[in-house]
Write a protein that binds this ligand. Structure first.
Ligand code: ASP
Length: 345
């Protein structure tokens, strides 16, 4: 890869990477971002020009909500033309949700937006923060023929760059906290930084960036479990203002065939609630109609989530619902890969 200088915006939203232990309670809390840069003098050795932006009040990612998604997107949109790449420091707990929704919010993205964080705070002797931050910046800064190599929303953690909307946080203890089972990694940090070019998103450079900042949060995840009760299910589906449900089904998209279950679901779909079938397995795909236990879902018009993650399905719904598409159109659009978030078959 040719070394060229890039101008990179580092946006700090919060998370362990910039946290310190409270002397009083021992609990981790966010601290001043300027100190974060002091803790990593190595950043000055990179060939890139780095400028920083920070949330007024850095937050634990468990507190992130749709206003924060819009805040991050608006910040990047505002400075989009000034920089070659964006690295967003974010707590790992909900990083996959943010990476997923941002991928939908940025249509025709032609620069990298890489989210990263760490499992141990930057001040910890054994911290993973330095490698994650430095390599994220290096990958974000990669250019070929004067153009950024990565032109999508990525998530970098523990030696791997993933497509953000394919990731899930799988481990609270290991440095390798994320996985992307249904899609190969985009780059790997070993002795050399290896980019997996065939996995990168192809883009049409002629199309202008559109940033979609309207999100609809009237959605719900319902995870199937064998002892699910009629009253509970009906109660959840009767949630006021509910517009869409991500139904985490068993195996390749299977659910109960009890009449109370199917009737409640069908009634909701008739009312205009969108229901997406996503498998609760970590890898593989929904195949509606493969078993009798998914045939009824297919017939009543449940959307096939294929191999999308729950995080990505939520992001896609929040992005699509404000478009006010007819149910059938929304189903077709949802079942189409928009940002490489699902396989096409
Ligand atoms: N609770 C933290 C957060 O998600 C954990 C982390 O940063 O890894 O903000």
């Amino acid at each position: 890869m040719i070394k060229e200088e890039s101008k990179i915006a580092l946006i700090y939203t919060g998370g362990t990477i910039g946290m310190v232990k409270s002397e009083k309670t021992g609990a981790l809390r966010a601290f001043n971002f300027d100190l974060l840069l002091k803790k990593i003098p190595e950043l000055q050795l990179l060939e890139h020009q780095i400028e920083t932006y920070t949330f007024d009040t850095p937050i634990d990612s468990s507190n992130i909500g749709i206003d924060d998604y819009v805040r991050i997107a608006a910040q990047i949109e505002e400075i989009y033309d000034e920089y070659d790449a964006f690295v967003v420091l974010h707590g790992s707990d909900t990083m996959s949700y943010t990476a997923s929704v941002l991928s939908f919010m940025f249509e025709n993205l032609s620069k990298p937006i890489i989210l990263t964080g760490s499992q141990l705070p930057i001040g910890d002797l054994r911290t993973d923060a330095k490698e994650n931050l430095i390599t994220s910046i290096q990958l974000a800064g990669f250019k070929k023929d004067g153009k950024p190599v990565i032109r999508e929303v990525g998530l970098y953690f523990e030696y791997k760059l993933y497509r953000g909307n394919r990731t899930t946080k799988l481990n609270t203890d290991h440095f390798q906290a994320f996985s992307s089972i249904n899609y190969p990694f985009l780059a790997e940090s070993a002795v050399n930084l290896e980019v997996n070019f065939s996995a990168l998103k192809k883009i049409n450079l002629k199309q202008d960036l559109i940033v979609h900042k309207q999100l609809n949060p009237n959605i719900l995840v319902i995870k199937m479990f064998p002892a699910l009760q009629k009253e509970t299910f009906e109660h959840l589906l009767a949630t006021p203002n509910l517009e869409a449900v991500v139904l985490e089904t068993f195996g390749s998209g299977n659910s109960k065939t009890d009449l109370w279950f199917l009737n409640a679901l069908e009634k909701s779909i008739e009312k205009g609630i969108q229901v997406v079938n996503v498998t609760q397995c970590k890898g593989g795909s929904v195949v509606m109609g493969k078993y009798e236990t998914s045939q009824a879902l297919k017939e009543m018009g449940v959307i096939n989530g294929k191999d999308i993650t729950t995080e990505s399905a939520l992001g896609k719904l929040m992005y699509l619902l404000p478009k006010k598409l007819q149910s059938k159109v929304l189903k077709t659009v949802f079942e189409t890969s928009l940002r490489g978030e699902m396989s096409s078959n």
